[in-house]
Design a binder for this molecule. Structure first.
Ligand code: IDC
Length: 482
């Protein structure tokens, strides 16, 4: 997969946004040898919560071009510990920390900047480290990017935004709609107009990595004309809990891939069994701190914090949401967050409840939507009626549905699926279909074996469900712009 360093403009904006909330910018110590050329300038900002924090470290190379670098620093407190890092390979030995570049940010010309970070734990007051080295040279540059900072010897090179491949005949969904927000019961674009996003959900990324390649995502963006790619990161079932750093990296990379193609990326924390989200609360906080820090300055990321709570009360789900949402907001204050609902995101219906419990006791946060899931061959009129009733009062997002039965398998129910999608279109409810994968089950869009090859576009690789969904999704969006 190709990856691209984030443009400088966005990194500075990121520091500004976080700094405004946390004010933890610090000055690196001057080099002891006054004659030494300044090697680097560091800005270190943190977002703290009880016992934990995320740190963003912005490194500016003030020396000659480096091809490959290692950043070093020492934590002042013994209780400070890196739990997971990104955009570099992080190592900690006692209090000493090193971060080695990734391939995509290894080359830093004079004046170039890269932003890396980590999630950490602490027992004390979490003081900031005060001296840094880059390839062994002390970072002597002053820190904050203010007008009084010593100018780099060469001005930073101009930066370019990540390449976005426009589909034939127009701008991408993200280029048109920009940052989304909840307005009333709708999802609105940058012009304040209600829109509907239509797209696909991945299968579990732990099982089908070969289905999410440059070629398959090109097909999703340009052949399906999808607006949305949902990244289903299971927490259990060999998912996140087995390798938090690895899965965080995989999700981050897939967000970058969606971004390059102008699609909205939905980060799905795919909890399912156990159904009590509290079981995964700590993991959710750690994960969402990391991904929201990494993507804070993108305008196309939607956070889905609990796929399908089940066997728990709405108040338990609400309590979980009110602990996870602030972690996201600390980094990314304006992103839309979707909260799962009771009984496998059925608004409670599958456990004998209904949406009144949510209407009467909504999540105490702004810019929030509620998830509704259905499987067309299992869930019909009473589920449709409840969704329509709820959608008059709550912002709803169908973050997952199948054309088949609730097992994800069996035959496609074309009649029920069509009735469902006509309803979602009429109510402008956004959706993601389960799944953009080649698993041998009725809900998969691709025929088994497709992901072993390199052809994803066109109808010949599709199952009945895939063909039906591609025909529904690829019609023009006609997003309103005024
Ligand atoms: C199913 C997959 C299936 C996999 C199973 C594992 O289709 O291949 O073996 O998960 O847990 C959901 C869940 C979603 C389910 C899907 C179909 O969000 O994970 O996927 N489903 O059962 N809720 C209702 C249905």
């Amino acid at each position: 997969m190709t990856r691209h360093p984030r443009p400088l403009r966005r990194q500075l904006a990121a520091v500004g946004a976080v700094g405004a909330l946390t004010a933890a910018t610090l000055a690196a110590l001057p080099a002891t040898n006054a004659q030494a050329a300044p090697g680097c300038r560091i800005t270190y900002t943190t977002t703290n919560w009880t016992g934990g924090f995320t740190a963003t470290v912005t490194v500016t190379n003030l020396g000659d071009t480096v091809n490959g670098w290692t950043l070093g620093f020492t934590f002042p407190d013994t209780g400070q510990r890196i739990t997971q890092g990104w955009s570099a390979t992080w190592q900690q030995n006692g209090a000493a920390v090193t971060a080695r570049n990734e391939n995509w940010n290894g080359s830093l010309t004079t004046g170039a900047t890269t932003s890396i970070g980590f999630t950490g734990a602490h027992t004390g007051s979490n003081p900031n480290p005060t001296s840094f080295t880059l390839n062994g040279t002390a970072c002597a540059g002053s820190t904050t990017p203010t007008p009084t900072s010593p100018a780099p010897t060469t001005p930073p090179p101009p930066t370019t935004p990540p390449p976005t491949t426009a589909p034939p005949g127009g701008a991408t969904p993200v280029a048109v709609n920009g940052q989304l927000r909840v307005c009333g019961v709708n999802l609105c674009n940058q012009y304040g107009k209600p829109i509907q996003l239509r797209g696909m959900s991945s299968h579990g990324i732990q099982w089908f990595p070969r289905c999410y390649t440059d070629a398959s995502l090109d097909a999703l963006a340009r052949d399906w004309n999808a607006d949305l790619f949902r990244i289903a990161m299971y927490v259990q079932e060999d998912g996140y809990e087995t390798d938090p750093t690895g899965f965080t990296d995989r999700v981050n990379n897939l967000v970058e891939e969606a971004t390059e193609r102008g699609m909205y990326a939905m980060i799905d924390f795919h909890l399912l069994t156990p159904g009590d989200p509290t079981y995964n609360l700590q993991r959710a906080k750690t994960f969402f701190a990391a991904v929201s820090a990494r993507h804070a300055n993108k305008n196309n990321v939607i956070y889905e914090i609990a796929n399908e709570p089940n066997g728990v009360s709405w108040s338990t789900i609400k309590n979980y949401a009110e602990q996870v949402i602030p972690v996201i907001r600390a980094n990314d204050p304006d992103a839309v967050v979707v909260v799962g609902t009771r009984a496998w995101s059925s608004l409670g219906v599958s456990e004998g409840g209904n949406s009144t419990e949510v209407v009467n006791n909504p999540v105490n946060a702004a810019n929030v939507m509620y998830a509704f899931h259905f499987y067309a061959a299992s869930h019909r009129d009473n589920y449709r009626a409840e969704l329509e009733r709820a959608a008059a009062r709550l912002p709803m997002f169908v973050t997952e549905f199948g054309t088949v039965d609730y097992t994800g398998d069996g035959g496609v129910d074309l009649a029920s699926s069509t009735t469902w999608l006509d309803l979602l279109d009429r109510l402008k409810i956004s959706y993601a279909n389960w799944t953009y994968s080649d698993k041998a089950e009725g809900s998969a869009a691709f025929r088994p074996g497709t992901c072993n090859g390199n052809t994803f576009a066109g109808a010949s690789v599709l199952t009945e469900s895939g063909n039906f969904m591609r025909n529904r999704i690829r019609t023009p969006d006609n997003f309103p712009t005024n």
